[in-house]
Design a binder for this molecule. Structure first.
Ligand code: PMT
Length: 417
């Protein structure tokens, strides 16, 4: 089981949970799951897909949940007095959305933003910060297919908690990875996700995050840039929104989906990033610089496309504004400045120097080998350095987990100030 949270035994009491059931053989386990959640004190509503209804009966689910089962976003024609806004209010009502089993088809619908049944609509209308747990269950070959993995990555980037299916015998009779966990295990995952006993100190705070690279134009078709993918900054944005912060993500050119509940502003150059960021300097509570901002830009952009008739050309580069440093020196009491330091040698000493020179409260030191840490990869190894040199070395973690640890450290500073 993922160890992102420790489950509390009473986490389900009085919680509103939507179980989204898709058309897979594992759906036969869901009436038992609904019963278990009800026994633990949760109020459960079921959103059943059309295919799901082929595997498990609406009547069974209505009986165990003691509530109407939702399928279409449209009420039955004969039911003229019914509430036509359920497709919005149901998602807003929920403390968690659990999709079990999640089929390849529904993963694709959710990743693409479809709203063609009640389950897909609840996914969109769920309040930011409320957990979405996805339990993919399907044939092993389907599970490892590039399209399923791509859709899972999209949902994960939007903040969904993806629970890897288990290995064992599948409905096809073959062995592989694709089995949905048993109801007791699913209930434990939901308890874990709902076990936040203290509301996050970031709830309601305004956090501005820069992410990705910048592009500095040489001419109309070429630019100077770097290998930043934006994954680190986007992971921080998703995790902060998950804790209830109001997150603005200022992103350089990257190929990533916007995490759930995050407001995103796209920019291209360092000058543009500085201009947008400056609009938030006064109002934000926390500024996090995760972008790999180009330090220099060509002094002048050559119009059109530079011709290649010269054996050698020379450019003059001029310094870009240092966005994080500008914030660090303008921040008022109560505002926090958090930066990254990408270092190859003398990491801790250089990171501490950056913390002091840019007037930061926290700096996350990392290096880039493009295999395990730093640019492009899905994992990172951070060393968190606070004022006074207080240092926490983190192990190699997924960028999502590293983001959570960084936010824990920021919450700790908030607690002390
Ligand atoms: O995007 P990924 O592929 O996931 O990779 C993640 C990352 C390696 C880009 C990220 O973890 C990271 O280290 N980001 C900062 C990279 C960097 O530019 O480091 P630096 O040491 O040069 O800059 C120090 C700090 O000042 C950074 O917070 C940077 O955002 C900020 N800065 C730098 C220059 C500048 N002109 N303006 C800035 O705001």
């Amino acid at each position: 089981m993922n160890n992102y949270l420790t489950p509390s035994r009473r986490a389900l009491k009085d919680k509103n949970i939507i179980i989204g059931i898709c058309g897979g053989i594992a759906a036969y386990k869901t009436p038992q799951l609904v019963r278990l959640l009800k026994k633990k004190g949760a109020d459960v509503r079921v959103a059943l897909t059309e295919s799901g209804s082929r595997f498990v009966s609406e009547l069974s689910l209505a009986t165990v949940s003691q509530a109407q089962v939702y399928r279409s976003i449209f009420p039955p024609a004969e039911n003229t007095g019914s509430d036509f806004t359920t497709h919005i209010t149901l998602g807003e009502w929920a403390d968690a959305l659990v999709i079990a089993p999640a089929t390849a088809n529904t993963l694709a619908r959710l990743a693409a933003g479809f709203c063609d049944d009640m389950l897909a609509t609840c996914f969109i209308t769920l309040r930011p910060g409320k957990p979405v747990l996805v339990f993919p269950a399907m044939d092993g070959q389907m599970y490892i297919s590039p399209s399923v993995q791509r859709n899972l990555a999209t949902l994960k980037a939007q903040g969904a908690i993806i629970i890897e299916p288990e290995s064992g015998e599948l409905a096809s009779g073959q062995c592989g990875t694709g089995r949905m966990p048993e109801p007791e295990a699913i209930a434990a995952y939901i308890e874990a996700a709902l076990s936040v006993t203290h509301p996050s100190l970031l709830r309601g705070r305004s956090i501005v995050i820069t992410a990705g690279p910048t592009r500095e134009k040489i001419d109309d078709v070429r630019f100077i840039s770097n290998y930043s993918s934006g994954k680190m900054g986007f992971a921080i944005a998703g995790a902060a929104a998950g804790r209830g912060a109001n997150v603005t993500l200022i992103a350089g050119p990257v190929n990533l989906d916007t995490p759930r509940g995050v407001e995103r502003i796209d920019v291209e150059s360092a000058v543009q990033m500085r201009e947008v960021a400056g609009n938030f300097f006064r109002s934000c509570d926390i500024f996090i610089g995760a972008a790999a901002v180009a330090d220099y830009r060509p002094a002048a952009v050559i119009p059109g496309k530079l011709k290649k008739n010269n054996p050698e050309i020379q450019f003059t580069l001029v310094k870009n504004p240092d966005i994080l440093s500008d914030f660090g020196f303008q921040k008022q009491a109560g505002q926090l400045a958090v930066g990254f330091a990408l270092e190859q040698d003398n990491g801790p000493a250089n990171a501490l120097k950056k913390l002091e020179e840019k007037n930061l409260d926290l700096v996350a030191l990392n290096f880039s080998d493009r295999k395990t840490s730093g640019f492009e990869v899905d994992t990172n190894m951070l060393t968190l350095i606070e004022r006074g040199g207080i240092t926490t070395e983190l192990p190699l973690l997924s960028k999502e987990e590293a983001a959570r640890k960084l936010l824990d450290a920021i919450e700790n500073i908030c607690r002390q100030t």
